[in-house]
Ligand binder design. Structure first.
Ligand code: M6R
Length: 617
C-alpha cells in the first residue's frame, strides 16, 4: 500500500525515481510526488492523480540532482490533494519524507512540534514526523563520529507509535538517504556505485538484483558507495545480501493490454512452477523443502487453522474442503484481521497456516505473529521471496508464480489452491490416504497446467458471453462444496474490477434469502462439476430459471447428464480429479470478470479505491 522509492548514485535521480514509481504504481495511485536533493536545497513536486501527471509536472526538473525520494500514494490520513501527497517537507525546509503506514500518536507529535515553532500545511500524520525529525536535528549538536541526519531520524522514531516504512532526505546532506521500517516493508537495492531503497523490489529490479530486506526496527543510511544498517537503538546489524530470482521482463506487460490478462494467461506456467520438483513418485506423495517440521510432528497435528485476507482467504476455504476430504484433519479458516483480535481457544496441537501472495499484508502478518506469540507452530504459503511473512514464519512454501502486479489476484490464487491440494496429499499420505489414492492424486495434479491451458483456449467464447452480460448491475455466483469458495472469488473479482454488485453463496443457501434478488436483471453464475452434487445444482439452476433469472453455467458434466436448455450460456471445463476442479472452474470467472470490466471501460489494473498489498490495518 503506497509505493516508496529512493535513489542515490551518479545518475540523474529524477528519471530513475519516476521509472521506479511507474513500477510501484500498483501499490497506490491517487497522487504521487518526489523530492530531489541539490546543493541549493530540496526540490519537491507533488501531483494528484496517476504517476503520468507527476512525470508531466517534473519535465525540466534539475538533471544534476543525484539523490532523491519519491512516493505514490493510497490515502490513509487526509484527502487526495497535492498538499497531502508525499514527500512532506519540514517547515524549516531541511527535510523531505515519504512514509507508508500510520503514525497513531501523530496528534501529540504535531502539538509538540507546533509548541516548538514548526508549522503544518497538510492533513497527514507524515508531516508530524518530518517536523519531529527537524526538531531533533536542531536540538542535537554535532557529535563526533555521528551523522547528525541519521541521529535526528533515529531520535524522532523513538517517539513514534504506529507503523512506518520511511525514506528521508536532508538538505544539508545532499548525497545521502536515511530509511527505516516498522511494520511496512522496505528493501535496499545494492548497486554498483549507486544504491536504492523501495517498498518492493519491482522499483529497481532493472538496476540491481542484489537486495537486503530490512527488518522491523532497522534504520539504513545510504550513500552512492555504501550502506550501513543499524537498529533504531543504534546497535550494529550484520546485513544479508540476497539475490532476486526474477528478471525485469517478468514484471512487464509484453503484448498484453493489462497485467490482469497477462497474469491470467500465465497460469499454466505459474502452476507448473508450483509443482516442479514437489512430487515423490516412490511414495506417491508431495514433498516440500521448507516446512521445517518433521513428519512425526505433523502426525501429531490434530487441527489446522488457516488465516488470510481477500482472495487468499478464498484459497484457505478451498484448502478446508480438500484437506478435510483427503487428509481427514479438521480445518478452520479465519479472516486474519479477526483472528488477531479474537481470543479463540486453540488446541496445543494446532498448526497455524497463513496464505498471502505479497507476504506483506499486515492483517495476515499480525495473525502470524499472534499465533507465534501464543506458541503455535506456523507455516506460510507466499509468492514473494524474502517478504516479511516468508521471513517470520517457522516454515513455508513458496508459490514461484512470478510477480503478480494486477491488483486483482489471479495466478496467485490458482497456485495457492494447487499448493493446498498438494498439502492435502502430503498430510493425507502421512495418515490414511492409500498409496493408490496418493498416486491418483499425483497424476491428477501433474495434469493441472495442461488442463488450465485448455480452459484458457475458450477465452474468445467467454469474451462473447461477457459482452452479453456487461450491462447488468447485480450478479449471483452459486456453487456447492469446494465450488462455494470459487463462487465467492467470482463475486469478488467482478466487484473489484467492474464495480458490479455481486454475491457468492453456497448454491442451496439461495433459497434461504438471496433468491429474492432473482429477476431478469440479475444473472446467476453456477458452478456445476460432475459428481455427487450435480443433480442438486441442476435443481438449483432450475429454481432460478423458473423465476426468469438468466443463468451462466460452468460445468464439467457430460452433455447427457445435463437437461437441454439448462442455462442461457454454458462454459465447459475439462472433467478432472476432485482436487483439480476448483482451479479449472476459477479460470472462466477470471476471464468473465476481466472481459466485463474491459467492456465497461474500467481501469482493470488500477481499480478505484484499491491497492495491491494492504499494509495498513
Ligand atoms: O497479498 P495477499 O495475498 O495477502 O493479499 C490479500 C488480499 O488483499 C488480496 O487477495 C485482495 O483481496 C485482492 N485484491 C484480490 O483480488
Amino acid at each position: 500500500m503506497c509505493g516508496i522509492v529512493g535513489y542515490v548514485g551518479k545518475q540523474a535521480a529524477c528519471g530513475i525515481l519516476l521509472e521506479g514509481l511507474k513500477r510501484l504504481e500498483y501499490r497506490g495511485y491517487d497522487s504521487a510526488g518526489l523530492a530531489i536533493g541539490a546543493k541549493d536545497g530540496l526540490d519537491v513536486i507533488k501531483k494528484v492523480g496517476r504517476v503520468e501527471n507527476l512525470i508531466r509536472a517534473a519535465a525540466g526538473v534539475k538533471e544534476t540532482a543525484h539523490t532523491g525520494i519519491a512516493h505514490t500514494r493510497w490515502a490513509t490520513h487526509g484527502r487526495v490533494t497535492d498538499i497531502n501527497a508525499h514527500p512532506h517537507v519540514s517547515s524549516d525546509h531541511k527535510f523531505a519524507l515519504c512514509h507508508n503506514g500510520v503514525i497513531e500518536n501523530y496528534l501529540a507529535i504535531k502539538k509538540f512540534c507546533e509548541n516548538h515553532g514548526y508549522t503544518f500545511q497538510s492533513e497527514t500524520d507524515t508531516e508530524a514526523l518530518v517536523n519531529l525529525i527537524a526538531y531533533h536535528y536542531q536540538k542535537e549538536p554535532e557529535a563526533a563520529g555521528k551523522n547528525r541526519f541519521l541521529t535526528a531520524v533515529r531520535k524522532a522514531l523513538l517517539h513514534v507509535e504506529g507503523t512506518y516504512g520511511i525514506v528521508a532526505l536532508c538538505a544539508d546532506y545532499p548525497g545521502e538517504i536515511v530509511g527505516a521500517r516498522k511494520g511496512s516493508p522496505l528493501v535496499v537495492g545494492v548497486g554498483n556505485g549507486e544504491n536504492m531503497i523501495a517498498s518492493d523490489i519491482s522499483a529497481f529490479i532493472g538496476r540491481t538484483q542484489n537486495v537486503i530486506y530490512l527488518d522491523d526496527g532497522q534504520v539504513v543510511h545510504l550513500t552512492a558507495e555504501d550502506f550501513d544498517i543499524t537498529t533504531i537503538a543504534d546497535e550494529a546489524v550484520d546485513p544479508v545480501i540476497a539475490k532476486v530470482d526474477w528478471e525485469i521482463e517478468q514484471a512487464e506487460l509484453g503484448h498484453f493490454t493489462h497485467y490482469m490478462a497477462k497474469e491470467i494467461f500465465e497460469q499454466p506456467v505459474a502452476l507448473e512452477n508450483a509443482i516442479r520438483g514437489r512430487f515423490s513418485d516412490d511414495q506417491s506423495t508431495a514433498k516440500f523443502g521448507g516446512l521445517n517440521i518433521d513428519p512425526l510432528q505433523l502426525r501429531h497435528v490434530d487441527r489446522l487453522l488457516f488465516c488470510a485476507c481477500g482472495t487468499a482467504w478464498h484459497a484457505c476455504l478451498v484448502a478446508e474442503y480438500l484437506i478435510e476430504r483427503f487428509a481427514r484433519i479438521p480445518v478452520e479458516v479465519e479472516y486474519a484481521s479477526e483472528f488477531r483480535y479474537r481470543n479463540a481457544p486453540l488446541d496445543k496441537n494446532t498448526l497455524v497456516i497463513v496464505i498471502s501472495q505479497s507476504g506483506e499484508t499486515i492483517d495476515t502478518l499480525e495473525a502470524l505473529r499472534e499465533a507465534k506469540r501464543k506458541g503455535f507452530r506456523t507455516l506460510a504459503i507466499t509468492n514473494v521471496v524474502g517478504s516479511t511473512i516468508a521471513r517470520e514464519t517457522d516454515g513455508g512454501i513458496y508459490q514461484h508464480a512470478g510477480p503478480e502486479i494486477g491488483v486483482a489476484s489471479t495466478k496467485a490464487f490458482t497456485s495457492q489452491i494447487l499448493l493446498t491440494a498438494m498439502m492435502a496429499l502430503y498430510f493425507g499420505r502421512l495418515r490414511d490416504l492409500s498409496f493408490t489414492e496418493g498416486r491418483e492424486m499425483v497424476e491428477a495434479l501433474r495434469l493441472v497446467p495442461g488442463l488450465t491451458s485448455q480452459v484458457l483456449d475458450q477465452a474468445d467464447k467467454i469474451k462473447v458471453i461477457a459482452k452479453k452480460y456487461a450491462q447488468f448491475e447485480d450478479f449471483l455466483f452459486l456453487g456447492r462444496q469446494a465450488m462455494f469458495p470459487i463462487a465467492l472469488e467470482g463475486a469478488l473479482k467482478l466487484k473489484e474490477i467492474s464495480y458490479i454488485h455481486a454475491e457468492g453463496y453456497p448454491a442451496a443457501e439461495m433459497k434461504h434469502g438471496p433468491i429474492a434478488l432473482v429477476s431478469p436483471e440479475c444473472p446467476s453464475v453456477f458452478f456445476a462439476p460432475r459428481g455427487e452434487v450435480l443433480k442438486k445444482v441442476i435443481s438449483n439452476i432450475q429454481e432460478i430459471r423458473a423465476r426468469k433469472g438468466p443463468v451462466i453455467c460452468i460445468t464439467s458434466a457430460p452433455r447427457d447428464e445435463l437437461p437441454e436448455d439448462l442455462a442461457n450460456d454454458i462454459i465447459r471445463v475439462p472433467d478432472a480429479h476432485e482436487a483439480v476442479q476448483p482451479i479449472l472452474f476459477t479460470i472462466p470467472i477470471q476471464l468473465l470478470a476481466y472481459y466485463i470490466a474491459c467492456e465497461r471501460n474500467c481501469d482493470v489494473d488500477k481499480p478505484r479505491n484499491l491497492a495491491k498489498s494492504v499494509t495498513v490495518e
